[in-house]
Design a protein. Structure first.
Ligand code: ADP
Ligand code: MG
Length: 621
């Protein structure tokens, strides 16, 4: 084999190779140019795009400018005004520091750099085509910098092929600019696309005001402001309530020290905060700014600087969870409710939210913006209701004993629950005419409808519907949580015998301790034979075998999912008539349960209609 000699690559080729990392598409060019403008202290940034940003892109700012003598350095690789030593690399506060963006862009396009330093009489211009300087000289420009890029990838057709349609590339540019604009509401931005102005944002806005330029009012009204600190870590921003979750994932935006990032850790922490409160497939809205000392985070792990690495991941995760807890409605778990109520109140005009009746039988769920038209909010979301909740969520208070609510067969004769009359037939309002007051929250129980929903009135002005299955699930889950250490068990007169598949037996070994802590008394009797001598008190014996089968077949879930499943299996079902006393005791215990607004699967347990909602329903307003 013949060997070629080792040679140093020509500068232009080196830049073109580097460009492969930094300059992927018009949106990545735009990101670099806007970052440069912000690093230069610009108070306004105007962006013009033509042909999806491929044909032409202009970014003009009123920042510090570049002196004429440094123009050619600006397009030289590893030349930067932002970093002087390795030690500074670990404490960067500017967006840029690698000195790669302009030379990379200039190597794969036609770039014209025009700039004038504040208080200097004249501007200067530099024209570069595919890495080669074409011309240089004086120019006319107000103070600041104007970068014009034309014909991206014209000389590298292979790269051009990877681009999408003009419209798609333009949309990505728009998203990039939006993300930057949200990070810097103090700076004015404008975007002109193909001669049409898409937006013009004034400087000095609040985050909320700026968000209102991008997100619809129905989403905005569900947002809660948050801010949490721990040591030198700080998480602040705005996040949507679970009731406003949508089945689009693109409204979760994360920033680290002002830099937009796509970070798995932050996304996971955010999802975790909402776990059990939104349905699978739904996503909350989150705009989260994490600020921390620069040495606590490495931004130099990715050429486009979109990924970061935290020194203390655990602390970041915990802080983000805590910061989002108020918006996610996780107050009872995270901490006591003082900060919750104040942030809910600062959430503004939520109480006047519109309720639109769902289209009859229609699959409204498929539209991306479904949640924007979705109305009736979970009970605890309404300010009036919240005050009620706070009044009676006293952690010191003794727990009410578990309900005498063993799920009953729908047989006409009274069964295991003595003293409880069997309910009447389905779809019947089963309570008498007498409203029955509950001990808390100014609530009265009116009756059951469709053998599924409990109807309540609150303080005369509000209609509240409670899903009996969801409420009971939540109660049982909480009781199991509390009984966990006790591991109470209800012995079976006749042990249950299950024959297990080898994979089920292996899973049983894995879950052994967890199952016992739930109250199962288990024994392996010979190969693949499981005998069950006791079951959790809340689980009807008849359901135990089914539950164990399900638990052992599922390889994913741990204890938390096991409990959720157990609570679902044990809970009274929809379509089961409840006697007045049964309904009342369910409601009383449910009202005492933390996290009561959502069932363990994340569905709302209760919905409330205020007078205003009803007026709207009846088209009085
Ligand atoms: P980096 O931003 O990593 O330093 P760039 O290649 O993006 O590298 O830019 C090189 C240099 O050009 C910057 O360090 C800065 O001094 C100068 N520069 C680029 N854009 C601007 C701008 N809009 N305003 C002022 N100076 C700029
Ligand atoms: Mg830069």
């Amino acid at each position: 084999m013949t060997r070629k000699a080792i040679t140093l690559l020509p500068e232009i080729l080196r830049n073109q190779i580097a460009a492969g990392e930094v300059v992927e598409r018009p949106a990545s060019v735009l990101k670099e140019l806007v970052e440069n403008s912000l690093d230069a202290g610009a108070a306004r940034v105007d962006v013009t795009l033509e042909g999806g940003g491929v044909a032409r892109m202009v970014v003009q700012d009123d920042g510090a400018g570049i002196p004429p003598a440094e123009l050619s350095l600006a397009v030289t690789r590893h030349a930067t005004s932002k970093l002087a030593s390795v030690s500074e690399l670990f404490s960067v506060t500017s967006y840029g520091f690698r000195g790669e963006a302009l030379p990379s862009i200039a190597s794969v396009s036609h770039l014209t750099l025009t700039s004038r330093v504040q208080d200097e009489p004249e501007a200067a211009r530099l024209d570069v085509e595919c890495g080669a300087v074409l011309s240089e000289g004086p120019a006319a420009l107000a103070a600041g910098t104007r970068v014009e890029m034309r014909r991206l990838f014209a000389s590298t057709p292979a790269r051009l092929k990877f681009l999408r349609t003009e419209a798609t590339e333009a949309k990505r540019c728009q998203e990039v600019l939006m993300r930057m604009a949200l990070a810097r509401p103090d700076v004015a931005f404008s975007l002109t696309l193909g001669g049409r102005e898409v937006f013009r944002l004034p400087g000095g806005q609040t985050l909320q005001a700026r968000l209102s330029q991008f997100w619809p009012p129905a989403v905005l009204e569900g947002l809660v402001e948050f801010s949490r600190e721990h040591g030198e870590l700080r998480a602040r921003g705005m996040a949507g309530r679970p009731s406003h979750a949508q089945n689009r994932p693109d409204r979760m935006l994360f920033y680290v020290n002002g830099r937009p990032v796509q970070d798995r850790l932050l996304a996971r922490a955010a999802r975790d905060s909402y776990k059990g409160r939104i349905l699978s497939g739904e996503h909350p809205q989150v705009v989260l700014f994490l600020d921390l000392p620069p040495e606590e985070v490495d931004v130099n792990v990715h050429p486009a600087k979109q990924e970061v690495r935290f020194r203390d991941e655990g602390a970041v995760f915990a802080l983000v969870r805590l910061a989002l807890a108020p918006a996610a409605g996780a107050d009872a778990l995270a901490e006591q409710s003082a900060s919750y109520s104040s942030s809910i109140r600062s959430g503004g005009s939520y109480g006047s939210q519109a309720w639109t009746p769902p289209p009859s039988g229609a699959a409204a769920g498929s539209s991306a913006d479904r949640a924007e038209s979705r109305g009736a909010a979970p009970l605890g979301d309404k300010p009036g209701m919240l005050r009620g909740w706070q009044a009676f969520s006293n952690p010191e208070r003794e727990r009410v004993v578990p309900l005498p609510l063993a799920p009953r067969q729908r047989s006409p004769e009274p069964t295991s629950s003595p003293g409880l009359a069997p309910g009447p037939g389905p779809a019947h309002l089963s309570a008498g005419p007498e409203p029955r007051p509950l001990s808390q929250g100014g609530l009265e129980y009116l009756g059951q409808i469709a053998d599924t929903y409990l109807v309540l009135r609150q303080g005369g002005g509000k209609l509240v519907l409670v899903d009996q299955h969801a409420a009971h699930e939540r109660v049982i889950l909480e009781n199991m949580r509390r009984a966990r250490s006790g591991g109470d068990s209800q012995p079976l007169a006749l042990p249950l015998e299950l024959t297990l598949h080898p994979s089920e037996a292996a899973r049983a070994q894995e879950l052994w301790d967890e199952l016992r802590s739930c109250g199962f008394l288990l024994e392996m009797s010979g190969a693949g034979k499981l005998s069950v001598r006791g079951v959790p008190p809340s689980l009807p014996a008849g359901k135990a075998a089914e539950f164990l089968r399900d638990a052992l077949a599922d390889r994913t879930g741990g204890l938390a999912e096991l409990w959720t499943m157990l609570s679902c299996k044990s809970a009274i079902k929809a379509g089961q008539p409840l006697a007045v006393d049964e309904a009342l005791s369910l409601l009383e215990v449910w009202l005492d349960t933390p996290d009561r607004d959502f069932c363990p699967h994340g569905r709302p347990v209760a919905v409330a209609f205020g007078a205003a909602d009803l007026e709207r329903l009846f088209k009085r307003k």
